[in-house]
Design a protein around this ligand. Structure first.
Ligand code: AHM
Ligand code: MG
Length: 342
């Protein structure tokens, strides 16, 4: 839209959420309010991440800064920000955070949603000023209001997600969101303090030539992963894939969404369940990947169909371009056929 030769200010995230709400005439605006809470917490965390070096927010929880004040680690600050914002929304009855061993119950809440999140993912990169992020997922509450047992709310498979997304604290801060109707990306305009729509309808390219994995673990990989990685490094024809690995899931998945490719955190002989957490890392990212036209698999099945047994369960994770994930699954299928033939 043009106004007298000048481009109009892009649609803000708040406007976008309201617009989506209007497409659901029965919606009461609860999800919009909840997503707005995530937006607020993301802006706050972004500001804290940007200021961390200046105000001594790196380092170990409980240490004192130069003024003799107790320093809160950035991941503690982020956790508190998301818990507080979601509680204040009054739309959530229970939450799971990577930082909390137990579910966070919102006392006397009538909230009809459940939130799962990793408030600041990429812990090994926080103190080095490398991109980090928040990952979140939203479910409908299943339990009756007034219950004290939230098990059925918390252990829902990813195919029941209502919305999911991440905030990337990178060179720019971006919030990437899906509420089941495609994926849209918003960049934080720090001059106006608003997330604005910069990446409408993100589609992951069906092909790609980047693989992303911690290859330092290759000595412990199972055969299908070893063989697949070997195949992309030594293709019979064409160029080998490039390796890109930040070690922050949000950054690696964001690049995969935009450029195509494959992100992997496999199970291996040391970590038999894998490293990444099903509820608040694997599922939200698999949901986004599928909503963008890509795939998310454990190698032998769809991530979103896994039935969680515990709130901090882990699972193997492969996300990315459809053609690449299909090829990878071919290596897993071949390995199980070899085993069956023995
Ligand atoms: P965290 O939750 O402790 O930050 O761990 C999750 C992170 C992901 O962001 C990333 O994909 C992975 O761990 C990197 O792990 P590694 O350092 O083993 O390669
Ligand atoms: Mg994490």
């Amino acid at each position: 839209m043009e106004t007298q030769g000048r481009q109009a200010y892009p649609m803000t995230l708040t406007q976008f959420i309201l617009e989506e709400q209007h497409h659901h005439p029965t919606a009461q605006g609860d999800l919009s309010i909840l997503l707005h809470a995530i937006e607020i917490a993301s802006k706050y965390v972004s500001a804290q991440v940007r200021a961390a070096g200046i105000f001594d927010l790196y380092g170990v929880e409980g240490t004192t800064n130069v003024q003799g004040e107790v320093v809160k680690k950035l991941d503690v600050i982020a956790n508190e920000a998301f818990i507080t914002a979601l509680k204040r929304s009054k739309k959530v009855c229970v939450m799971v955070s990577e930082e909390n061993e137990h579910p966070i119950v919102v006392e006397a809440s009538l909230g009809k949603y459940v939130a799962v999140f990793d408030p600041l993912d990429g812990s090994s990169n926080i103190d080095a000023n490398v991109s980090i992020g928040t990952i979140f997922g939203i479910y409908h509450r299943k339990s009756a209001k007034g219950t004290t047992d939230y098990t059925e709310d918390l252990l829902q498979p990813g195919n029941k997600l209502v919305a999911a997304g991440y905030t990337l604290y990178g060179t720019a801060t971006m919030l990437v969101l899906s509420s089941g109707n495609g994926v849209n990306g918003f960049t934080l305009d720090t001059t106006a303090g608003e997330f604005v729509l910069t990446h409408p309808n993100i589609r992951v390219p069906p092909k790609g030539n980047i693989y992303s994995v911690n290859e330092g673990n290759s000595a412990f990989w199972y055969e299908p992963v070893t063989r697949y990685v070997d195949s992309v490094k030594n293709p019979p024809k064409g160029n080998p894939y490039s390796l890109r690995y930040v070690g922050s899931m949000v950054a690696d998945v964001h690049r995969t969404l935009v450029y195509g490719g494959i992100f992997m955190y496999p199970a291996d002989k040391r970590s038999k369940q894998g490293k990444l957490r099903l509820l608040y890392e694997a599922n939200p990212m698999a949901f986004l990947m599928e909503q963008a036209g890509g795939k998310g698999t454990t190698g032998t099945g769809r991530i979103l169909d896994l039935e969680p047994k515990g709130i901090h369960d882990r699972c193997p994770v492969f996300l990315g371009s459809t053609d690449l994930i299909n090829e990878l699954e071919g290596f897993f299928a071949a390995a199980s056929e070899d085993k069956a033939a023995l």
